[in-house]
Design a protein around this ligand. Structure first.
Ligand code: G6P
Ligand code: ZN
Length: 565
């Protein structure tokens, strides 16, 4: 179909304050995005922040997690992109593309960048959140230098240009729509990503495991975008019965749910796994980059998950080919991964929270596998974390470990928790927990962090002892990251307190919320001997110290966290 010449109009606009992208793009309530030109201002600011000679004639990828306002936002992006000289847009069928699938498309089609429409794991619907994020040509989130430049543009924007006659309301049919010098191609949401997964894993081995009666798997897409990927990859390609896929119809408000795969917000799956109904249970978030993996009556901590995947990298065909270049975790993630890096003698990096910090290391060929405590796991196959990839990694590790058992019908299979426990026996265990205090009063949260910072800067905490002197503070700082590749410095990335036994307490304010503030406190304690305790019990003293030092209750009025991981 051809739409003829682009009819470009210049529209005057007024500045909206507060369009500063957070950890992962601009996230606000849908009603904010629905204000006149609110989204348009931000999209135009993306193009204003990029060198115009790069934008002219460029290829972009656009798609989202299917939340409310996704479809309207896509039409706005079409019009503004066309008017700013973009040559072509690839958009996912029905506007759907998972965040990892966008990253893989950008890389394989060599696009200049992507615009991702998602607020990730935040609730959706007319009263929920919407989000927009810009990714660069390596397929990863834009670095702070670019997001800051976009923000600066939002503060001085006066006009928006739009190609009025560009519109493709029906995004259900694969195909190309053309105008003079501009086109939109609706692409299958899964194809490109599936090709990549087939390259990384041994699908016939995975099929054998999934078809074996001794192994049962349940997958929960939490009504987010991964439903369409799970149906095609886990069910059609790998033979998982459709009955074992739950919440796999993408819904604009996530079926009135909170699409965050954790112990609180995935109660259906957690309940089934606690009852011991399945050997492995997995869930992913709204846009498909996060993952939660559970064993039979067993919670796999994300910090352990990345460590075990790294320790078993030889089970995964992709890493057999590429080798292990290096390992990395975000600062608040438990130190479990370090023990693996040491034992395998590969480089190890500790970066701030936010996936964008891994990208530089990957581009420089220094990083293969990385993970975050916030249910993010991934590798250098793309530049985003990847929920389904993590699930396939675990299936691959299980399939590989059970090669002999799978061909002997009378053998018992080695389970996910067997593999984790063996890992702890070899490397020791990092007991780990995170407390989230969501939507607390922003002023109270700021004051609490300021007071902690003061104590840290004055060094008054050093040498303080707690619990009959079992715990002594030996180091504390306001985490600052020096990027070894682009030499940039990121300051104020979380407050760290370290004890003489290596235990850590970390305080951070979340960068992904959309209203109020969320305080996160992280606890990490290493043990080489006693491996099977309950983490909350094992960390009791450390938790007590953290609440005491921060006077959290006093500053926020909160007695309990909303979410405990
Ligand atoms: C997003 C990013 C992650 C990051 C997380 C932190 O999911 O993609 O890389 O770990 O946000 O969220 P927080 O709310 O703790 O800032
Ligand atoms: Zn996400």
């Amino acid at each position: 179909m051809t739409g003829g010449k682009l009819i470009i109009k210049e529209i005057e606009t007024k500045v909206y304050q507060g369009q500063k992208p957070g950890t992962s793009g601009l996230r606000k309530r849908v009603v904010e995005f629905q204000q006149e030109n609110y989204l348009d201002n931000f999209v135009q600011s993306i193009f204003n922040a990029l060198p115009s000679e790069q934008v002219k004639g460029s290829l972009f990828v656009v798609g989202g997690d299917g939340r409310y306002f996704n479809k309207d936002a896509i039409q706005v992006i079409f019009k503004i992109a066309a008017a700013n000289g973009v040559r072509k847009i690839l958009v996912g069928q029905n506007g759907l593309l998972s965040t990892p699938a966008i990253s893989s498309l950008v890389r394989s089609k060599q696009a200049l960048g992507a615009i991702l429409l998602t607020a990730s794991h935040n609730p959706g619907g007319p009263k929920g959140d919407f989000g927009i994020k810009y990714n660069i040509s390596n397929g990863g989130p834009a670095p702070e230098s670019i997001t800051n430049a976009i923000y600066q543009q939002t503060l001085s924007i006066k006009t928006i240009v739009k190609a009025e006659n560009v519109e493709v309301r029906d995004l259900s049919k694969i195909g190309v729509y053309e105008w003079d010098g501009f086109s939109i191609e609706i692409v299958d949401s899964i194809d490109c990503y599936l090709t990549l997964m087939k390259d990384i894993f041994n699908f016939s081995q995975l099929r054998q495991l999934i078809s074996d009666k001794r192994f049962t798997l349940k997958f929960d897409a939490m009504s987010g975008v991964t439903g369409v990927y799970a149906k095609r990859i886990l069910s059609q390609e790998l033979g998982l019965s459709i009955d074992n896929l739950i919440n796999c119809e993408p819904s604009e408000d996530f079926n009135n749910g909170h699409p965050d795969p954790n112990l609180t917000y995935a109660p259906l799956l957690v309940d089934m796994m606690n009852k011991g109904l399945f050997d492995m249970g997995c869930a992913s978030d709204g846009d498909g980059d996060r993952n939660m993996i559970l064993g039979n009556k067993f919670f796999l901590n994300p910090s352990d998950s990345v460590a075990v995947i790294a320790a078993n990298y030889k089970s995964i065909p992709y890493f057999q080919k590429t080798g292990l270049k290096g390992l990395a975790r975000s600062m608040p993630t438990s130190a479990a991964l370090e023990h693996v890096a040491k034992s395998l003698q590969v480089p190890f990096f500790e970066v701030p929270t936010g996936w964008k910090f891994f990208g530089n290391l990957m581009d420089a060929g220094q990083l293969s596998i990385c993970g975050e405590e916030s249910f993010g796991t991934g590798s250098d196959h793309i530049r985003e974390k990847d929920g389904l990839w993590a699930v396939l990694c675990w299936l691959q590790i299980l399939a590989d470990r059970n090669q002999t058992q799978l061909s002997n019908p009378n053998d018992k299979l080695v389970s996910l928790q067997d593999i984790v426990r063996e890992h702890w026996e070899k490397f020791g265990r990092n007991y780990y927990s995170r407390y989230d205090y969501e939507e607390v009063d922003a002023k109270g949260a700021d004051e609490m962090m300021k007071s902690l910072l003061q104590q840290i800067q004055s060094k008054s905490l050093i040498g303080r002892k707690f619990h009959q002197d079992v715990y002594e503070i030996v180091e504390c700082d306001d985490f600052e990251y020096f990027d070894p590749i682009d030499k940039s410095v990121s300051s104020h990335q979380g407050l760290r307190i370290k004890f003489s036994d290596g235990s850590r307490i970390i305080y951070r304010l979340s960068g992904t919320g959309s209203s109020g503030a969320t305080i996160r406190i992280y606890f990490d304690k290493y043990d080489k001997v006693s491996l099977l305790n309950d983490p909350q019990q094992h960390l009791k003293d450390l938790i007590h110290i953290a609440l005491d030092l921060s006077k959290l209750q006093q500053y926020t009025g909160r007695n309990e966290p909303n979410v405990i991981t």
